[in-house]
Write a protein that binds this ligand. Structure first.
Ligand SMILES: Nc1ncnc2c1ncn2[C@@H]1O[C@H](COP(=O)(O)OP(=O)(O)OP(=O)(O)O)[C@@H](O)[C@H]1O
Ligand SMILES: [Mg+2]
Length: 402
């Protein structure tokens, strides 16, 4: 039997009740299937994993994360954030993230990286045995809306630690020398407590660097930052976030042990997000496929925004809250949105029948005609007629010509 060794590992992990190992082995099998060209089976496994992850989120965390190495006083709601002495502006916000909102949904590569980091904290003793400590500094980068801030909150929630978020914008002061002092004060504050320090919108520092008048000041700021990052390494966990990784000073970039790139979700992650954001409407599997097909290339935040608009449109349309109702609502939401880079979205915005013809003819889409009917409300024979008419082709030509 092909892949028997992995199947055996899956059974072993399942029988031992080791959830983490089980997930890992299923991912391994998924990768093997992918490399041997069994894409459909690989996608099925990925969907099973995603569904399990979503139900797992509903249950309280059973993972006890060792926090022995995160030192400091307990930060509670009574503690005030430090302020800029000149303006009185707060240098950071303090949050106590919980796991209530549901975990971020990732493509397998990102999931493995994030779980790996959390795993370092759960298996700290194993790391200590080879004289290394868990990762303490993480740089997250990627396009707007890809879940960077959400990921930082998720990590803090999983570690059961409060999150101190520095708004770099707030730290930057027009008074000479104050920015560096603000940074030092912020790090002093974070180092005093057991917490995760989050430097969100980190690239805002580049703004100062762009100003030719500020050469001396930016050197001082970057040096202070580097010194403080080095000092903090032995104390607590630091996460920095940027949309523009190339704007970061290379010396700052090097200070972070792990660099995590977030991007647009893959197909299976998209389907999970779509199911989540369409709730309480239960979208059938065929509808999730259609939505996912149209929303390829969009970030998690885009998908959330579109699904919310779809729910609004459907609620006011008086149509049934089922596959066809959702399909019509998606079509009108896309039609109202000015421009779509992605061809299927452009076609659905323009002409629903042309879209049905497109998916019926797309071998990679792999939905049966009956499922296309369920998702769109067209009868099976109409789907078959539209497929033959290849109505989408003329739209595609117009689109290419533009
Ligand atoms: N991977 C994801 N999983 C689940 N939800 C997501 C994901 N990505 C984005 N979202 C949704 O989009 C919202 C915005 O995400 P978030 O604020 O983390 O993006 P960001 O990358 O920090 O964006 P920005 O660069 O604009 O600050 C989240 O609150 C969440 O609802
Ligand atoms: Mg953000």
């Amino acid at each position: 039997m092909e892949h028997f060794a992995v199947v055996q590992s899956i059974i072993r992990a399942g029988l031992a009740g080791n959830r983490e190992a089980l997930d890992k082995q299923v991912l391994r099998l998924r990768e093997r299937l992918e490399t041997t060209g069994q894409h459909k089976e690989a996608a099925t496994l990925e969907r099973l994993l995603a569904a399990a992850r979503d139900t797992q989120d509903m249950a309280p965390s059973r993972v006890e994360i060792s926090r022995a190495r995160v030192v400091g006083e307990v930060l509670d709601t009574g503690v005030n954030a430090p302020i800029d002495k000149e303006t009185g502006a707060r240098l950071c916000t303090i949050d106590f993230p919980t796991r209530n909102g549901g975990s971020p949904v990732y493509s397998p590569r990102v999931l493995e990286a994030v779980d790996g980091l959390l795993g370092e904290w759960t298996n700290e003793a194993a790391l200590q045995a080879v004289d290394v400590s868990p990762t303490r500094s993480l740089l997250i980068y990627g396009p707007p809306g890809s879940g960077k801030t959400l990921t930082a909150h998720h990590i803090a929630a999983r570690l059961g630690l409060p999150l101190i978020t520095a708004r770099i914008d707030g730290l930057i002061s027009s008074f000479l020398g104050t920015t560096a002092r603000n940074i030092a004060n912020l790090f002093d504050f974070a180092n005093r407590y057991a917490c995760v320090l989050l430097l969100d919108e980190f690239d805002a520092l580049a703004k100062v660097r762009d100003d030719p008048q500020e050469v001396g000041e930016i050197k001082r700021v970057v040096n202070t930052l580097l010194q403080n990052l080095d000092l903090r390494r032995g104390v607590g966990i630091t996460i920095a976030i940027t949309n523009h990784d190339r704007l970061l000073d290379p010396a700052v970039w090097r200070r972070f042990e792990v660099h995590l790139q977030l991007g647009e979700p893959d197909e299976s992650a998209r389907e999970t997000l779509i199911a989540r954001f369409l709730r309480p409407i239960e979208a059938p599997a065929s509808t999730r496929r259609v939505f996912s097909y149209c929303l390829a290339g969009r970030t998690g935040a885009d998908i959330e925004r579109l699904c919310t608009s779809v729910k609004r449109t459907l609620a006011l349309s008086g149509e049934a809250h089922d596959g066809p109702g959702l399909f019509h609502a998606l079509s009108s939401v896309l039609a109202r949105t000015p421009h779509h880079d992605h061809m299927p979205a452009r076609i659905l915005a323009a002409d629903q029948e042309a879209f049905v013809s497109l998916i019926a003819n797309d071998g990679a889409f792999s939905l049966k005609q009956i499922e296309i009917g369920e998702a769109t409300g067209y009868g099976q024979s109409r789907v078959s007629d539209l497929k033959k008419a290849k109505r989408h082709l003329s739209l595609m030509e117009v689109s290419h010509a533009q």
